[in-house]
Structures are given as C-alpha cells and as structure tokens.
Design a protein around this ligand. Structure first.
Ligand code: HXC
Length: 293
C-alpha cells in the first residue's frame, strides 16, 4: 500500500516499523495521517507476517541502514552538482509528533468537531490493535503526540525527546486521552502540572516519573525500540496478545477484577499448543519453537 503521511518497513524478523512522515510539520497529526495510521495498524494486526510494531517519527535522525548506500550516493551526487558550498538550511526539528494539526483545527467550530467526532478514531489504536506497539520517541511528543505515544504499549525515548500536554496554551485541553493516561502514568499532581502549565519535560524527567521505559542516546532510539520489538517478535504471538490484554486491563478495572481477569486468561493459555511447547522445551532444556497456536 502507498501512504501520503506514513512510511512502512516490514522486516523478516516480524517487526513492522511505521514512521509518521510529515517532518516539515513536525509530524503533526492531521486527520489524514491519523486515518492512515489507524488503518495501517489494523491491517498489520491481521498480517501474520507481523509480530510486533515500532512507531516513530520521520526526520533527519532516522537512518534506514538498508538505504545507507543510497543516502551516501545522494550526498555524493549533491556534492558533485553543488560543490561544498554551504547553503542556509531551514531548521528541521526532530519530532515524534508535535500533536494534532493546529492549522487544520483552527477554523473548526463545535458542531464541526462534534459531527466528525474528532479524534475518536484514535481510540482504535489503544482498544483495537492487539499486537504490541513500541513507541520510539525521537523528539517532541507534544499534545496528541504525547497521547499517541501513551496509546502504545512501551515508550522508549531519545535523550533529546520532550514530552508535554501544551493544549492549554491553545485554549483547549488534551483530546486523545491525555488527561487520563498521563494521570495514570505519572500521578495526579504531575499530570495536573503538565496539563495546567503546558510546560514540557525532558526525557530524563519522563523516565524518572515512569512515563517511559528508558532513555537512550538520540541516535540509538530507533534501534533500541527495534531490539525490544524483535525480542517480543520471538515469542508466541497469541500469548503476547493475551499478555498485553491482561496488562491493559489494569487501566480499566479494580485490582480484584483485574486479578480475576488475569487468572482466567492465565488458565486459557493452557488450551494452547504454545504453553505445551514452552513448558516441555524448558524441561528438555531446548529452545521453544512457537507455533502461534
Ligand atoms: C501544525 C505544526 C505543529 C502542530 C509544529 N508545526 N507543530 N503545525 N500543528 N501541532 C509546524 C510549524 O507551524 C512550522 O511550520 C513547523 O511545524 C516547524 O515548527 P516550528 O515551530 O518552526 O519549530 P520549532 O521552533 O523547533 O518549535 C517546535 C515546537 C513548536 C516547540 C514543537 O512547533 C510547537 O510548539 N508546536 C505546537 C505544539 C503543540 O501545541 N501541540 C499541541 C497541539 S494540540 P512552518 O510552516 O511555519 O514552517 C493537540 C491537542 C488536540 O495536540 C486534542 C487532542 C489531539
């Protein structure tokens, strides 16, 4: 499939890498982008060659190793054509996503956003995509960008990443679950502070507050996310899906309900071939060969 706002790479390891690709607008989430993203995620979810997904933002820092040859070729050709004369380049900040597209939202009134049920489509990422998604946050994750990262299952941040919910500075509030997921992730006082002041926090701060799993040097963030995705891709897909479902239930239920839900899912894994395989491989000191069944 071809996309206007995304780049997709599917690796033989079973990892699909999606890049939000509007770098000139800091990967702002226009409705077209969100629609493409949700459709693609749902397609990958059904694609048996895909076992886990990485989501990141396009920008200067992304190096597709397989395309490095062409990159250097392009640099050489450019050098030959234009010499080494340095041109004044437009500053291109790196971003995961700077949030919902402000220019697209600006002219809309209440009935417009109500009728289109603006951003409801994004709920499908959190509730309808069953395979694990790892966000590689390679720069700004603001407003809808921070919310999008929070709908993913694991967040790995570049040391240059910045997080925030600055909607209050635009006269609005978060609209893709920011007030809810951020509060559950970092607690009320910190979430209130971010949402009410619109201040941005560094990746380090986000890590100390538990919003992200870890912070890595900027140029390593994508590879680090791919490594995690590949580790997950080596597990049984249905068991990983069941596991994700159980963890996510902790956001939606009381502790007792959650524990009961987990118990039922745990029991259900005993109906799978992969539970038999995993446990017998352990006993026989062999590596498990998952059948995804
Ligand atoms: C549309 C955006 C944008 C956005 C940046 N751009 N963010 N366009 N929507 N959210 C555009 C700029 O207009 C500019 O385009 C280009 O991207 C580069 O941005 P600059 O501002 O020049 O870059 P820089 O000086 O590096 O500043 C980076 C920044 C700043 C701090 C991230 O761009 C910024 O504050 N952006 C808005 C962040 C924000 O408020 N997000 C929340 C959105 S509301 P031109 O054409 O001028 O080069 C939201 C909540 C809605 O998400 C409800 C739920 C989703």
């Amino acid at each position: 499939p071809s996309f206007e706002y995304l780049l997709l790479e599917k690796r033989p390891s079973g990892v699909a890498i999606i890049q939000l690709n509007r770098p000139k607008a800091l990967n702002a989430l226009c409705l077209g982008l969100l629609e493409e993203l949700v459709n693609l995620l749902q397609t990958l979810d059904k694609d048996s060659s895909v076992r886990s997904i990485v989501l990141t933002g396009a920008g200067k820092g992304y190096k597709n190793v397989e395309n490095l040859f062409f990159f250097f070729l392009a640099v050489r050709i450019k050098f030959c054509l234009f010499g080494s004369k340095k041109k004044k380049k437009k500053k291109e900040s790196k971003a995961f996503s700077a949030g919902a597209d402000i220019k697209e939202m600006e002219p809309k009134n209440y009935m417009d956003v109500y009728k289109e049920d603006m951003f409801t489509i994004a709920d499908k990422i959190a509730y309808n995509v069953r395979k694990p998604i790892i966000a590689a946050v390679n720069g700004f994750a603001l407003g809808g960008g921070c919310e999008l990262a929070m709908t993913c299952d694991i967040i790995i941040a570049s040391d240059k990443a910045k997080f925030g919910q600055p909607e209050i500075n635009l006269g609005t509030i978060p609209g893709i679950g920011g007030t809810q997921r951020l509060t559950r992730a970092i607690g009320k006082s910190r979430a209130m502070e971010l949402c009410l002041t619109g201040d941005l926090i560094t990746a380090q701060q986000a890590s100390e507050w538990g919003l992200v799993s870890r912070v890595v040097p900027h140029e390593k963030v994508l590879q680090e996310a791919i490594d995690v995705a590949e580790k997950i891709a080596k597990k049984s897909v249905p068991i990983a899906i069941i596991c994700k479902e159980a963890v996510n239930r902790s956001f939606e239920s009381s502790l007792k309900e959650g524990v009961l839900f987990e118990r039922r899912l745990f029991h259900s894994t005993f109906s799978t071939k992969d539970q038999k395989e995993g446990m017998s491989a352990f006993s026989q000191k062999k590596e498990a060969k998952w059948q995804d069944a």
